[in-house]
Design a protein around this ligand. Structure first.
Ligand code: IPM
Ligand code: MG
Length: 360
C-alpha cells in the first residue's frame, strides 16, 4: 500500500521546516519500508497575493481522498489577518471534520524548561482540544459595522456530539498512555478544562465527561477552570495526564504548554478524525521575521511527521523519529528548540536523519 500524503508548506518559515519534515519522512520510509506519494498544494498567503485564490471546495473534496496532510505554517503579514488561515487550516479542520486536535506537551530535557526544577517526568501530558466548535464556529458577524453603534457577535457552539466524542477520545488516550507505562506509574486521569463558573453553558462538558466516564471506570476524572489550569501548568504540570478542553481554551493553553516543553519550535499537533484523513502540523505560525534565513527550528514539524506516522499505523517509524528528537535534545547536541540553537534548519533536519540511521 502507498500512503497518499498532502503537503502544504505554506508561508514564512513553513516551507523551510516542511522540507526538513519531508526529509525525515523519506529517511523513515527507506528504513521501515513503507511507501508514500506526496501531493503538493500551493495554498498560502503568498499564493493568495499572487492569484487571489483561497482553497476551492473541489480541493477540500480532493483532500478527503488523502490518508494525511502535512502542513508547515500559514499566515502572511500583507494579507488580511486570518483570511488564509481560516481557508486552509480551518478549511481542513472543519471541512474534513477533524474533531480532535491532539497536542502533546512533552519536555525532552530539563535544560529546555523555563520552570525551575521541573524535569522531563514532570512535563509529560497531552491536550485533547475540541477542534470544530466553540468560539471557532464562525457563527456571528457585525451589525452597523464601522459606526459608533457597531455590534460584534460570535456564538460559542458546544454540541453534545462534539463534547462527547472529544471526551471519549481523551479517555482512550488516557488508557493508551497508561498501557504504555506498562502498569507502572500514575493512574490514568482525564482533566476537563472549561470555565463553567462564569460561562454556564459550559456545563454541557461536565455532563458529557461524566457520561463518558461511566465507560472508563479505570480512568480518574478531574476538573479545572481554564484560568486555574494556566496556573497549575506552571506550578504543578506533573498533575496532568490528559486534558480535554474547548477549541478556544485548547488554543491558548497549548501555547503555554509549548513554552514549558521548550518553546514554539518543538510543539507538534495532530488534527484528527479517527479512521479518516487527518492533518499534522507544528503549532507555531509562519514567523515572517525568521523566514528565508534557515534559522527556524524544524523539530515541531519533524515531531508532527512522527505523530502522522503513528496515526497511519507506522508506530515503529514514529517512535524512531521521536527517539531521535529526544536523544538530540537530551544529549545536549541541540541546545534549544528555537533560533538560538546555532544550528540551521537544514542541519537540524540532517541531524535527525543521521540519528535515526545511526540507531537503525
Ligand atoms: C493553532 C493556531 C490556529 C488556531 C490559527 C492559525 C487559526 O493558533 O493551530 O493553534 O487558532 O487554531
Ligand atoms: Mg494557536
Amino acid at each position: 500500500m502507498t500512503y497518499k500524503i498532502g503537503s502544504i508548506p505554506g508561508d514564512g518559515i513553513g516551507p523551510e521546516v516542511a522540507r526538513e519534515g519531508l526529509k525525515v519522512l523519506a529517511a523513515a520510509a527507506e528504513l521501515d519500508g513503507f511507501r508514500y506519494e506526496l501531493v503538493d498544494y500551493p495554498y498560502s498567503g503568498e499564493y493568495y497575493l499572487k492569484t487571489k485564490e483561497l482553497v476551492p471546495d473541489s480541493v477540500i473534496d480532493e483532500w478527503r481522498t488523502l490518508d494525511a496532510v502535512l502542513l508547515g505554517a500559514i499566515g502572511h503579514p500583507d494579507v488580511e489577518p486570518g483570511l488564509v488561515e481560516r481557508s486552509v487550516i480551518l478549511g481542513l479542520r472543519f471541512g474534513l471534520d477533524m474533531y480532535i486536535n491532539l497536542r502533546p506537551i512533552k519536555l525532552y530535557s530539563e535544560h529546555l524548561c523555563p520552570i525551575k526544577d521541573k524535569k522531563p517526568e514532570d512535563v509529560e501530558f497531552v491536550v485533547v482540544r475540541e477542534n470544530t466548535e466553540g468560539l471557532y464556529s464562525q457563527i456571528g458577524g457585525h451589525l452597523k459595522k464601522g459606526t459608533a453603534d457597531e455590534v460584534a457577535l460570535i456564538n460559542g457552539v458546544y454540541t453534545w456530539k462534539g463534547c462527547e466524542r472529544a471526551c471519549r477520545y481523551a479517555f482512550e488516550v488516557a488508557r493508551k498512555r497508561a498501557a504504555a507505562r506498562g502498569g507502572g506509574g500514575r493512574a490514568p486521569q482525564v482533566t476537563l478544562v472549561d470555565k463553567d463558573n462564569a460561562i454556564r453553558p459550559h456545563d454541557i462538558w461536565d455532563r458529557a465527561l461524566a457520561h463518558v466516564a461511566k465507560d472508563y471506570p479505570d480512568v480518574q476524572t478531574d476538573h479545572a477552570y481554564v484560568d486555574a489550569c494556566c496556573m497549575w501548568m506552571v506550578k504543578n504540570p506533573e498533575w496532568f495526564d490528559v486534558i480535554v478542553t474547548t477549541n478556544m481554551f485548547g488554543d491558548i493553553i497549548t501555547d503555554l504548554g509549548a513554552m514549558i516543553q521548550g518553546g514554539m519550535g518543538i510543539a507538534a499537533s495532530g488534527n484528527i478524525h479517527p479512521g479518516q484523513t487527518s492533518m499534522f502540523e507544528p503549532i507555531h505560525g509562519s514567523a515572517p521575521k525568521h523566514a528565508g534565513k534557515n534559522v527556524a527550528c524544524p523539530l515541531g514539524m519533524i515531531s508532527a511527521v512522527s505523530m502522522m506516522l503513528d496515526f497511519l499505523g507506522e508506530e515503529k517509524s514514529a517512535a524512531r523519529i521521536e527517539g531521535a528528537v529526544a536523544h538530540l535534545l537530551g544529549s545536549g547536541q541541540i541546545t534549544s528548540a528555537d533560533t538560538r540553537s546555532g544550528i540551521s534548519t537544514s542541519d537540524m533536519g540532517d541531524m535527525v536523519v543521521g540519528e535515526i540511521r545511526a540507531k537503525a
